[in-house]
Design a protein around this ligand. Structure first.
Ligand code: LHQ
Length: 264
């Protein structure tokens, strides 16, 4: 259900339930979280790519399973409590693990990203979409609220007005429109997606340790005022200055040669 491969410091995780457009069941969510935790602990992984098998990226929660959640009593509150518990247990640790992983994470959006599948893409650091990919804040169509971080990431990426529109209407937008509103970083021809993402991922995987610190700084900035963020930059710069990669970067510059970063 989750495929994993690694080369040149790039770990590629492929959601693999293509018959359901890679909708999440519990096992897929557990496997994805475990893979992100392993990536955090493994120094040989310096960039993570998440993509989908088949014609979808991810269709969100598997809807064949949601109504059977709950205690089976059909009692008032049981289903709501079960869904809350499910989000808390499965989705929240995954979204937090991705955003606190101090390595770049790229979503290679190969097809439709809907519901929590879109939330997953939004939680990645960059999104590269195939021309035929599409994006749907599908939650409203089933009477739900965007979850798994969508209400946090979406307004920050596209602005409040567009986020409201996408979430309230739930219209499916093309990769080109997603690019025009800032929801994705790049759109490439379908046949070039793998190669384009690989080139970007290999480039990031040979980058310095400070990539992880940049990621921490950016996430902190979303919840900080300027004086607080200046203090955080100061602290993070102190951390960056202690890395071997900083010494290498300056030495390489002064020697007029390209740097060879180790990620440490
Ligand atoms: C699916 C799904 C799917 C199962 C396509 N499940 N089978 C909520 C509640 C609880 C806990 C935690 O979190 C959440 C968060 C959420 O993610 S809620 C939002 C859930 N996702 C959706 O509502 C999206 C539902 N899917 C769609 O709207 C469409 O399938 C999209 C727009 C994604 C793609 O449309 P098409 O390209 O026309 O494909 P399709 O609809 O024909 O789907 C292909 C197959 O995949 C089909 O099965 P079939 O046996 O007929 O070939 C679908 O039933 C199945 N599938 N999404 N989420």
């Amino acid at each position: 259900m989750l495929l994993s491969s690694q080369s040149d410091g790039v770990l590629t995780l492929t959601l693999n339930r293509p018959e359901r457009l890679n909708a999440f069941d519990d096992a897929l969510l557990v496997a994805l979280l475990a893979a992100v935790h392993e990536a955090a602990a493994d120094d040989s992984v310096r960039c993570v790519v998440i993509t989908g098998a088949g014609r979808g990226f991810g269709a969100g929660a598997d809807l064949t399973q949601v109504l059977s959640r709950g205690d089976g009593s059909g009692g008032a509150g049981a289903l709501g409590e079960a869904i809350r518990e499910h989000l808390h247990t499965y989705y929240h640790p995954l979204i937090l693990a991705l955003t606190t992983l101090e390595k770049p994470v790229i979503a290679a959006v190969n097809g439709v990203a809907a519901g929590a599948g879109l939330s997953l893409a939004l939680a990645c650091d960059m999104r590269i979409a195939a021309e035929s990919a599409s994006f749907v804040q599908a939650f409203v169509h089933i009477g739900l609220v965007p979850d798994a971080g969508s209400t946090w990431f979406l307004p920050r990426l596209v602005g409040m007005g567009k986020a409201m529109e996408l979430a309230m209407l739930g219209d499916r937008i093309s990769a080109a429109e997603a690019l025009s509103v800032g929801l994705v970083n790049r759109v490439v021809p379908d046949s070039r997606l793998a190669a384009s993402v690989d080139a970007l991922a290999v480039r990031l995987a040979s980058g310095p340790r400070s990539l992880g610190l940049i990621k921490r700084a950016m996430h902190l900035s979303a919840v900080s005022d300027l004086p607080t963020q200046l203090a955080r930059e100061e602290q993070l710069q102190g951390e960056a200055a202690e890395t071997a990669d900083f010494t290498e970067g300056v030495t390489a510059f002064l020697s007029k040669r390209p740097p060879h970063f180790s990620g440490r």
